[in-house]
Ligand binder design. Structure first.
Ligand SMILES: [Zn+2]
Length: 83
């Protein structure tokens, strides 16, 4: 499923996520959202709940790093670092 929506950022850096996408992805007002860098000029965002943002596991390391131990190890291995 690939969906692209063109939006214009306001002077405060805000972007409105279309209601249809908010509803489809469980993004409610006040919900924490994780914004991450994909590459130069490329950002992604996802709902940051109490589950791993990569695999959905309910076990996460902490609120600042919402990924599970398994995914953290995979990312660390990919980056050549230790978790
Ligand atoms: Zn995970």
């Amino acid at each position: 499923m690939e969906i692209s929506v063109l939006r214009t950022m306001d002077s405060a850096g805000r972007i409105v996520v279309p209601k249809k996408l908010r509803v489809q992805n469980g993004l409610e007002a006040g919900a924490p959202v994780l914004i991450y860098q994909l590459g130069p000029g490329q950002l992604g965002l996802c709902r940051a709940g109490r589950e791993c943002v990569l695999c959905g596991s309910p076990e996460i390391l902490d609120e600042e790093l919402p990924v599970c131990t398994g995914c953290a190890k995979k990312v660390a291995a990919r980056l050549g670092a230790r978790p």
